[in-house]
Design a protein around this ligand. Sequence first.
Ligand code: S3P
Length: 428
Amino acid sequence: METVTKPNKGISGCLRVPGDKSISHRAAIVGAIATGTTEIIGYASGLDCSHTLTCLEKLGVTIERSAENRVLIQSAGPESLEEPDTILDAGNSGTTMRLLAGVLASIPFCSVITGDSSLRNRPMDRIVEPLRQMGACICGRKDSCYAPLMIKGENIHGICYQQKIASAQVKSAILLAGMNATGYTILEELYRSRDHTERLLKWFGAQISTEGMRTTVTGKTRISGRRVTVPGDISSAAYFLALAAATPESDLTILDVSINPTRTGFVEILQDMGANIALIDEKHYGFEPVASLKITGSALNAIEVRPEQIPNLIDEIPVLAVVCTQAEGVTRISGAQELRLKESDRLTAITKELNKMGANIQETSDGLIIKGPTPLFGTNVETYGDHRIAMAMAVAGSLAQGTTTINGADCVDVSFPGFWDLVEQVKQ
Ligand code: S3P
């Protein structure tokens, strides 16, 4: 349980957020199928990315974790992976389970991967179906819809796959499977989603190219270990951007976050709403563009968010809803039905909890309608065990009159250990 209150003045300061979660998972997994040493600097500190490392260790990969979030991975390529003598545990992390399933589809041994009760209720048929098309032997509970998943590695082959849902996790599972499949694997996206897998595989020397919405990977090519510096996670920065945007007199800088164009949807939406956000000190960390973000508080207007924009801000929609309660006019978000299949049903969760605080939000089958501005009032709110709902409620509580008590606040540790201290720090 945590309590939050409104700051006396605007929020201010200069902070760093943990390393990008999506890039960290991928750097570890790609390092495990590469030959040689991969050094990862700034590995994400949350429990989710730690689960990926533990699973890889159970698969026989040598991993050294040192202070300052530096991770060293030694591998001799995919054929050096070993059959785990126990069940792999992905915890709360969908990325761990789906990406590892792609890798394990071609490794000649049996493995079982499971997760916590939230993950065991998230759909896995979205990866089972394409992996089976590639020749994989994979099954799970309830007609292979849910984990635990049992995977027996086979000689798999490339496919041409057209995505029916926009999901970077599904795309990545297929591309990673394609790395050890015969022939070419061609993946066509519905809407462009985060492209960290493509960028990382290229950085490690894979034959992979993207033209328009199509990515092609050549199977059975060797890749070599590399050094990866992970930028700050823009999805973690989003809570502080939201708080600064909606609090007058704020002036906040968030250092060195990924500004990969497939991840900056939230920043662009805030700018369209009238927020002052400047990108400073732009640079590259090898394969990823990085910048610091300077934001000052200002008046905000409502916005329309369309389906094709959703993948670029998928994880930021709960906190966007919080910001929109403070914006002038009616915000409409559509095409966001995937939010119902995250760590919780995020459309229902955010609507219910923000309305308890005085917001005017209506849930639709695929989105939200938010009428603003409405004052928020502190009360007792729930997190549904979902880190992104917990952090969105921390922002709401910091904009509200009175005290907000957030029950089940510990779940933020899956992506952002230290979050609650930073929230207090920027209020001083
Ligand atoms: C992720 C992709 C998104 C996102 C998740 C991380 C990734 O999921 O919600 O937090 O690292 O690929 P989907 O690809 O299932 O939409």
